[in-house]
Design a protein around this ligand. Structure first.
Ligand SMILES: C[S@@+](CC[C@H](N)C(=O)[O-])C[C@H]1O[C@@H](n2cnc3c(N)ncnc32)[C@H](O)[C@@H]1O
Length: 287
């Protein structure tokens, strides 16, 4: 269980993402390159095509929102939702700058979606569902928002051993902050939906049919471990939340410790952090 009530947990999540909204947005080129193939697979799994109405949950600064908007074209519509108003404002700005007027944004908790029932052809969530303390509730909300026959697809991190950099960041941050190690599958955590079989089971519990989950290898490639850490320092809200309680010098010691450990992923032509994602999808039954 999460150490706070679900509402306290979500308040803390909202504030943390408000704080690193511009950092995440500033890392969009790196995030886009890292997740391009996985994002295309997610949009295919949700069967997104021209003219559709698509719900994008936990949309962040909107990198995948823009991809969806390009797929649905000017006749389609994308509603990007997120719990953080600050990050969603950036998503809206990015869409306008790209000339994608079919994008609308709405602040909304994924577990209590403020959208009309049965009004979307497809729904997606890229690297957001694992932050929900009750992912089945979030999936129920997605299910309810879909028209009968509509498809949902989500991307989350798989198990800890397939995402060793996240393990290094988390355990090092907790140790430097004087906090006990956490169960990686603790609800609301980065790896919380990585337990084998869990994500597909959540989809089924939420009422989806034709449920399937597949693994996608998505290594994070940067020139060096230092560049990867620059990304984390600017944008990785869960790690920043833990280190935020430390004095600046103690934070620097934690970052240096992480870099020593991450250097192990140096390759002859750059740095490559192993990462594996799970892509799950399901359909709202027609009847
Ligand atoms: C790792 S970012 C991913 C953003 C975007 N989907 C992407 O892939 O670039 C996680 C996002 O989840 C959002 N989030 C966390 N908990 C949420 C909740 N309960 N409801 C809606 N959004 C949430 C955060 O505000 C943040 O924007």
């Amino acid at each position: 269980m999460t150490p706070f009530s679900s509402e306290q947990f979500k308040d803390a999540t909202r504030q943390a993402w408000d704080r690193c909204a511009s950092g995440w947005n500033g890392q969009t080129p790196a995030i886009h390159a890292w997740l391009a193939a996985a994002t295309a697979a997610m949009l295919d799994a949700a069967r997104i095509t021209a003219g559709m109405r698509v719900l994008d949950i936990a949309a962040g600064a909107g990198d995948q929102t823009l991809e969806i908007a390009r797929r649905v074209g000017p006749e389609g519509h994308v509603l990007a939702t997120d719990i953080s108003e600050a990050i969603l404002r950036l998503a809206q700005g990015n869409a306008r700058q790209a000339g994608l007027m079919q994008v609308e944004t709405r602040v909304s908790d994924a577990e209590a979606l403020a959208v009309e029932a049965a009004s979307f052809d497809a729904a997606v969530c890229r690297l957001g569902l694992m932050f929900c303390p009750d992912p089945v509730q979030a999936l129920r909300q997605m299910h309810q928002a879909l028209k009968p026959g509509g498809h949902a697809a989500v991307l989350v991190f798989s198990e800890p051993q397939r995402n060793p950099c996240i393990g290094i960041l988390m355990t090092t941050a907790l140790r430097h902050a004087g906090l006990p190690p956490r169960d990686p599958f603790q609800p609301g955590g980065l790896l919380s939906l990585g337990k084998p079989g869990l994500l597909a089971s959540c989809f089924s519990q939420a009422g989806f049919t034709a449920v399937a989950a597949t693994r996608i290898y998505a290594p994070f490639q940067r020139p060096s471990a230092r560049d990867y850490l620059d990304f984390v320092r600017a944008s990785a809200s869960p790690i920043l939340q833990i280190l935020g309680r430390l004095a600046p010098q103690a934070q620097e010691a934690a970052w240096a410790d992480m870099q020593d450990q991450l250097d192990v992923f140096d390759m002859p032509d750059g740095w490559e952090g192993p990462n594996e994602l799970l892509l799950a999808h399901g359909a709202r039954p027609v009847a």
